[in-house]
Design a protein around this ligand. Structure first.
Ligand code: URA
Length: 237
């Protein structure tokens, strides 16, 4: 965020805003190595190096953890080279720069976690951490009998064997077959490719859980902040 220098100093606990202004005017504050003597200066909290009496002033970063029910028709990146709508356009009231943890396809809906906590992002996305992700998929036909076994034993997609995955048929009707699928990685279009391997085309795909964190009552396009117990759980994974 871009803020006035005196505001930054005050929020970092150097002194009150007024006192910080005095410090600036008396030449005790520098930004990126240059003493700032005017009061109008603004700083980029994430990039600029701010010093008071030669000592670095670091503001405690406020970590934000959000769970969002992504609709279809938007990308789960911060920017899109084709100018498509991004998930951030649904999260306008959040001041911190948050990023999606992993990705959902443009045409996949459901649970997406966003945060500015790089360490948690690492925990949740690294394959070695093995976090289960639960999907509900509507596919065009009933999977063959050996599909559950194939999911369990691993499927080779793009030259890589998937970790054991769960497949359960929830419902069959005229609109398609509803499957519950649990995978432990997050490779590109993994669920769609695994379903293609068993001869099924995914018509709709929604992520409903990451570990124990569930969408529950969260409606499409809505978000909420994660609770303390949820954050603690995710950090412990
Ligand atoms: N698997 C997919 O195929 N797509 C997603 O968006 C997530 C998992």
């Amino acid at each position: 965020m871009i803020v006035r220098l005196q505001k930054y100093l005050a929020e970092a606990g150097v002194a009150s805003r007024r006192k910080s202004e005095e410090f600036i005017l008396s030449g005790r504050v520098s930004v990126n190595g240059e003493i700032v003597l005017k009061l109008g200066a603004k700083v980029d909290e994430e990039r600029d190096v701010i010093e008071f009496d030669g000592e670095r002033v670091v503001k405690n970063k406020k970590y934000v953890y959000v769970i969002f029910n992504k609709p279809e028709g938007c990308v789960s990146t911060v920017k899109d080279q084709f100018g498509r709508k991004t998930v951030l356009s649904y999260l306008k009231n959040i001041k911190e720069r948050i990023y999606p943890v992993g990705r959902l396809d443009y045409d996949t809906s459901g649970l997406l976690i966003l945060t500015n906590d790089g360490e948690l992002t690492y925990t949740l996305t690294h394959p070695k951490h093995n976090v289960p992700k639960t999907y509900i998929a509507i596919v065009n036909k009933v999977p063959p009998k050996d599909a559950v076994f194939k999911f369990k034993s691993g499927i080779v997609i793009d030259g890589y064997k998937t970790a054991p995955a769960d497949l359960k048929i929830i419902k069959k009707d005229e609109k398609g077959t509803v499957l519950k699928i649990i995978i432990h990685e997050g490779r590109n279009r993994q669920v769609r490719k695994m379903c293609a391997f068993i001869g099924c085309e995914v018509l709709r795909l929604k992520r409903v859980a990451v570990g124990n964190i569930k969408l529950d009552g969260l409606k499409k396009e809505e978000y909420r902040f994660l609770r303390e117990d949820e954050i603690k759980y995710l950090k412990g994974l």
